[in-house]
Structures are given as C-alpha cells and as structure tokens.
Design a protein around this ligand. Sequence first.
Ligand SMILES: Nc1ncnc2c1ncn2[C@@H]1O[C@H](COP(=O)(O)OP(=O)(O)O)[C@@H](O)[C@H]1O
Ligand SMILES: [Mg+2]
Length: 384
Amino acid sequence: MASVTLKGVKKIYQQGGKDVTAVHGVDLEVKDGELVVLVGPSGCGKSTTLRMVAGLESISAGELFIDDRRVNDVPANDRDVAMVFQSYALYPHMTAYDNMAFALKLRGMSKADIDTRVKEAAGILGIGDLLARRPKDMSGGQRQRVAVGRAIVRHPRVFLFDEPLSNLDAKLRVQTRREIARLHQQLSATMLYVTHDQVEAMTLGDRIVVLEGGHVKQIDTPMNLYERPRNTFVAAFIGSPSMNLLAGSLAATAVRDASGAKGLSGVEFRAADGAFTMALGAQWGSRLASRVGRAVILGIRPEDILILPESSTSERVGTVRVRLDVVEPLGSEAFLSARVGAKEITARVPPRGLPAAGSEVELVFNAERLHFFDAESGETLWVE
Ligand SMILES: Nc1ncnc2c1ncn2[C@@H]1O[C@H](COP(=O)(O)OP(=O)(O)O)[C@@H](O)[C@H]1O
Ligand SMILES: [Mg+2]
C-alpha cells in the first residue's frame, strides 16, 4: 500500500468560455493504510477530487504524489489505483468472474494467477457462489461486491470509492458499510472514500475531510469534527439532528466577588431577537472577554440540552423557558422541538417520562458543551 499526498490540488473547468473553480486547492496527506473520507453536500467537489487522484481528470494546479512519486502527468492505468463507482460499472455481458478477471487479462497475467486472485477476492467478499452469474442475475448488494472484487484483484496501492453504497437500500447500506470497514482492516489498505452521508463518513473514516463549495472546511478525526467543529458549516453538517445554532451577541456583566465588590467581569449571551439572555459561567469569561460586544453564534448539540419540567417558582438562572412544539419519541430516545425567538431548536432526551407537546418546560444548556462562532466568518471563537 501507499500514501497519497495532495498539495494545493485545484480543478478549474471551462463552462461557456468561463473558468469555474470546482476544487479550490486541497492539501491532504492520506497515510499508508489510512481510510480518509471526503464528505460534503452534492456538488462540493468530492468526485472531482477523487477523479483527479485516479487520473480520470486532469489537475489544474497543485501537485499529487503517490508515495514519493509525483503523478500529475501519469496516466490512470499507471497509477496503480483502483476505483469503485456508485454505478458499479460492471460489464453486463460478462459473468462476475470475468468482470473481476478482465483488467488482469488486459495486463497479460496468466490464467492460473488470475484464477488465484479472483478466488481470493471472492473469498474475502463471500461471493464464491456467484462467480458464474451475470450482473442482471444479481441483487444490488451482490453487484456492488463484484465491483469491489474487481478493485481487490488488482492489488492496487490505493483504493478509491465514489459513493459506493448510494444505490443500496438502507439496511443493505449499513451491512455493506461494515464490510468495507472490515475490508479496510483486513487488507490494511490505503483508501480514499467519497460520500455525501455524514453517518457513513463518521463510522468509516480514520479521518474526514469536510468540503463545501470546493473548499476544505476541516480535516480531522470523527470525534474532533463532532466535538470541536472549526466553523458553523462543519458544526451543522456533522451530527443528526444538527447542532442548534443561535444568533446573538456577547455582553459584559459585572459580577460581585465574595466581599461584595464589583469588578470581576462575567460574560452573558443575548439572543438576537431578545428571546433569552444566558449568563455564561466563569469558564467562559476569560475565553470570550475579547469578544464582548460582537455578534456571535452560539452552538449547542441536541443531547447537551436538559429539560426541566415547568417550575411554579421563579425561573432558574441559565435556563430558557419554552413551550414545546413537537415531541418525537423514537423508542431509544426522543426529540423535542421548541421555538426560541424565530429559531426552532431541538433537544435529544431519554424516551421515558416525556413532557407533552404544548407544555411549558425549561431548557438548560450544558455550559461545558457550548460552542461559539464569529457571526460574520462562521469561524470558531475558541478551540481547546
Ligand atoms: N466536466 C465538468 N465540467 C464542468 N463542470 C463540472 C464538471 N464536472 C463537475 N463539474 C462541476 O464541479 C462541481 C463539483 O462537482 P463534483 O465533484 O461532481 O461534486 P460532488 O461529487 O461533490 O457532488 C459542481 O459544481 C459540478 O457542476
Ligand atoms: Mg459525486
């Protein structure tokens, strides 16, 4: 296996005589044996990036290395990479066996060696009994395995996957996702995997590259993306239901010390539409002091919101009183939605003892788990 290095790799297409930049410069090092996922909404440049690595698309600027070899101008066939497409792209008139054997025959490999490789791949994928079938006589999941088998028999230095699970139904997608994870471990293979599905990205990736509009928004491990998103795009894209993002501003508050003297400065968050004000504990004061007076976005994940039943006494400090719009029990958990000012926010709570829709509750935001972003740039204000 091999490493793959992209240095400022860019793609500019010509459209109606104009330059359109589809990929604005990707810097990435996929280590030997690593599985890196490219994820982002449709049209963000995932396939284009992958196709440039495969050699199916020219590189407009920047450099691409496989191990130490610069391959910008090396044709696809000589890059020693194998790509699996969403459409499988199997030859309809050939059996599964011949589909897998085809590229090896072209290379002039002996019949006996081809047979060994096809059977080895079939064994890994559990499709030994399908080898005589044609694509039309196989299910989607079986075709997908043959397509992966066709990549495996080549013993490539790098595997490239472009949305390989998108044509499968939900159940088969989960099963096949696990098979790809297992394959990755079994082969210790270097893999670059494209998907628009953040669950697939989170579950498969050693690291994940989040793309938007041809720009890299963050490259990180799944848990770092989730817990320390660098911008509102990543914050909203990774995680379901999405992180709640609330516009507002930061204001200074005077806090009295033990002797009653004013002067210790605290910080509070004021929601943009006056929906609520929330004192941010001492831990936020020093981190955000320089941002006082600025417009910010407060982020809080649904599971970091606690629900307190309506209290007859006065409002507790640091809570937001709301009327629940929708209560959605899922069995293992429940989603509660409520309006805070103009914004709908979602909490993820245990499924038992749920308050009823229409009832009033107080929301408590876990102060340890707040995120703050600059309102203009969307960039995080503070990272641990
Ligand atoms: N051959 C092409 N000519 C012109 N524009 C293209 C071509 N291929 C892709 N694009 C544009 O490049 C952008 C990225 O496309 P693509 O990489 O296919 O996105 P993704 O795979 O993330 O959905 C899109 O705006 C798309 O319209
Ligand atoms: Mg694509």
